[in-house]
Design a protein around this ligand. Structure first.
Ligand code: FES
Length: 296
């Protein structure tokens, strides 16, 4: 039966409440079918809870890697209109023909002109004042740590925003970041300890616990997982008598797991320090460990 003119014509539009990962995907699917979509969220931006996550269960994949392409696509799609800071005041009508009334709260900036450059934040005359009550007047830091840290600070004295390289140097030198070192760094850089701790706990390469002489990083990325990285990890755990994330009592080995180290062709892969060992199997584990300080 030939289609009528009305059946051929795509009509109507859709409103999706909630700009989380589900809302964004629904908006993209509907827009791809030629339907105009209004994506409404009460928050200042879309992204939902997933934007606050580091990893997702059960694959431990990076949350931002899943979300970022959808965020960009939603922002660019000509048929998706994102309405943030908005609440639904009323809904009228029946299925297929709803009328909604939205209340949009003020953003206090011109959304047409804002490029997100951050200059307004830098020039804002209102600042939060952070009050810190020091637990101790004096930071108790050993002479050895003090000497090393002063040398590192001297190296970066001309560098602005040197917190990360300073922590990297300290972490490389001590093999972890001792608490007095973090306190001393905050004091020297004149910044809250919370900021230093936030950076120290954000990057996986920093550790707040003493680590072993050899750091074993087993890749559990998809390619390595499929090729038996789990069995290799279990063999290392059993050989060293520790669980992943832990250090042997003699401080020789720390066992860590990572996601894809870029040698998927050699899967399953692990690193000991900076040395890469590919095509691993559980039977190769004792010999490998033995080659690093006769551990087996
Ligand atoms: S998944 Fe292991 S190196 Fe890529």
């Amino acid at each position: 039966m030939p289609k009528t003119k009305t059946q051929d014509k795509k009509i109507g539009s859709t409103l999706i409440v909630g700009g989380g990962i589900g809302g964004m995907q629904a908006a993209l699917d509907l827009a791809a079918s030629g339907i105009k979509v209004y994506l409404v969220d009460s928050k200042p931006s879309i992204g939902g809870v997933m934007a606050q996550l580091d990893k997702t269960f059960p694959t431990n994949d990076c949350a931002m890697c899943t979300m970022a392409p959808r965020l960009v696509e939603v922002g660019r799609h000509k048929d998706i209109e994102v309405i943030t800071l908005a609440d639904i005041e009323s809904i009228k009508g029946t299925a297929g023909n709803f009328t909604l009334k939205l209340k949009k709260r003020a953003r206090f900036i011109d959304e047409e002109k804002c490029t997100g450059c951050g200059l307004c934040v830098a020039n804002c005359p209102v600042h939060n004042i952070i009050y810190i009550t020091p637990e101790k007047d004096e930071i108790e830091i050993s002479d050895e740590h003090l000497k090393i840290m002063n040398k590192i600070f001297a190296e970066y004295k001309e560098t602005e925003g040197a917190l990360v390289p300073i922590l990297q140097k300290a972490n490389d030198t001590f093999n972890y970041l001792p608490e007095p070192v973090l306190r001393y760094t905050a004091d020297k850089l004149n910044m809250p300890l919370s900021v230093v701790c936030r950076i120290a706990t954000f990057y996986k390469s920093f550790s707040l616990e003493p680590r072993g002489k050899h750091i074993i990083s087993v890749c559990l990325g998809t390619a390595c997982h499929v090729k038996g990285a789990g069995r290799v990890t279990a063999a290392i755990e059993s050989e060293l008598g520790i669980r992943r994330g832990k250090t042997t009592k003699d401080m020789k080995f720390t066992l860590e797991t990572v996601r894809c180290i870029g040698c998927c062709g050699l899967a399953p892969v692990l690193k000991v320090g900076e040395e890469v060992h590919g095509l691993m199997s559980k039977t190769m584990v004792p010999e490998l460990l033995h080659s690093y300080d006769g551990a087996s």
